[in-house]
Design a protein around this ligand. Structure first.
Ligand SMILES: NC(=O)c1ccc[n+]([C@@H]2O[C@H](COP(=O)([O-])OP(=O)(O)OC[C@H]3O[C@@H](n4cnc5c(N)ncnc54)[C@H](OP(=O)(O)O)[C@@H]3O)[C@@H](O)[C@H]2O)c1
Length: 325
């Protein structure tokens, strides 16, 4: 697997990372054995970058990742802070943030957090800027090695890019959410900030996992957050109404070459953007990781196909995307 440098951090991340939200049970119940099998397969497939958050399963995702890390300490772990009820939405203090990060470190193990990301914290808190000075202090103390931000909107991304020590931005980017390409990627590159692409498959729509017949477990966010009732509307299915998204998928399929699957085109489309450091695909089954790594190794899409997909997004998809852009 190829590595890419994460901005100015010096960290080399694998092009495919593993998103570990599902290990907290937000894609349906999951046993520890199944979680460890997913982590193990990712490692066997060459994945060395793992993304999680303190709130995924109220610490469960970090806990199981911590267990895995004990045997595989050559991996890079990014976690997130700022959505726990002790902080969100309006109780941010330096002490509270530090406690949150220390709790993550306890669950993950090791001496310090490789990369901590602010987890979709409110815009006014970012604008105030104090939170970035706290992170700088934590870095100096050695509690964290690097910090970045996971954000919802392009405005939030641009605001975070004003911080000179920011290492990374985590953004929703996929064929159904292309705004970052024109609005943020070049700016991030100029500031030497790495980009981590989340929701590459738009929660499984672009991988073919979600069809009109598909049903979801009660605790799967694709069941209870389709319209953003539980958290951001832009997150589940990348902010598209499911029925509309399924009809857009049919249109999209017709644009792709016969010899390349939608899932392969999705991963290649992302990795064809040189500003993207790592694509963090979720996976509910070990074999999905193998496939995702294989897709990453295929040839780039043609310029002509990129243009077709950009036009498709502007004309047909963009008007339907809900939530902050
Ligand atoms: N606010 C934030 O910071 C934030 C928010 C959301 C996510 N994230 C991060 O981004 C990561 C990825 O997000 P995500 O898992 O929601 O979205 P995703 O990667 O777009 O979708 C994951 C789903 O795609 C399907 N899939 C993956 N590989 C496949 C393959 N090879 N073939 C067929 N289907 C495949 C699986 O669906 P099935 O389960 O149906 O098999 C899987 O659960 C998360 O784990 C988390 O680390 C961060």
């Amino acid at each position: 697997m190829q590595n890419r440098l994460l901005g100015k951090s010096g960290l080399a991340l694998t092009e495919i990372g593993l998103g570990c939200w599902q290990l907290g049970g937000d894609f349906g119940p999951i046993s520890e054995a199944d979680s460890l099998a997913i982590l193990d397969q990712a490692y066997q497939s060459g994945v060395r970058f793992y993304d999680t958050a303190d709130v995924y399963g109220a610490g469960l995702s970090e806990q199981v990742l911590g267990k895995f890390y004990q045997q595989h300490n050559d991996i890079c772990i990014a976690t997130k802070v700022g959505r726990d009820a002790s902080l969100f939405p309006g109780k941010y203090t330096k002490q509270g943030l530090q406690q949150g990060i220390e709790s993550s470190l306890q669950r993950l193990g090791g001496d310090s957090i490789d990369l901590i990301q602010l987890h979709c914290i409110p815009y006014p808190v970012m604008q105030d800027g104090e939170v970035f000075t706290w992170l700088q202090d934590f870095k100096q103390q050695g509690l964290i090695q690097h910090y970045g931000a996971s954000v919802e909107s392009m405005d939030e991304a641009k605001l975070c890019l004003n911080d000179p020590q920011l290492t990374s931005l985590q953004l929703i980017i996929n064929i159904f959410r292309q705004d970052a390409l024109s609005e943020v990627l070049n700016l991030a590159e100029q500031k030497n900030v790495g980009v981590i692409a989340r929701l590459p498959y738009a929660s499984g729509l672009l991988s073919g996992a979600v069809t009109a017949q598909r049903t979801f477990a009660d605790s799967d966010h694709r069941n209870y957050n389709q319209n953003g009732a539980a958290f951001h509307v832009g997150e589940t299915f990348a902010g598209l109404p499911l029925e509309k998204a399924l009809s857009l998928l049919e249109q999209l399929t017709a644009l792709l070459p016969d010899n390349r699957s939608m899932a392969e085109c999705t991963i290649r489309w992302l990795l064809d953007q040189p500003q993207i450091t790592s694509v963090i695909t979720g996976a509910s089954k070990p074999q999905q990781i193998n496939q995702n790594v294989t897709y990453a190794q295929q040839a780039p899409l043609s310029n002509e196909l990129h243009t077709r997909l950009a036009n498709f997004y502007q004309q047909h998809v963009s008007p339907w995307v809900r939530g902050n852009r």
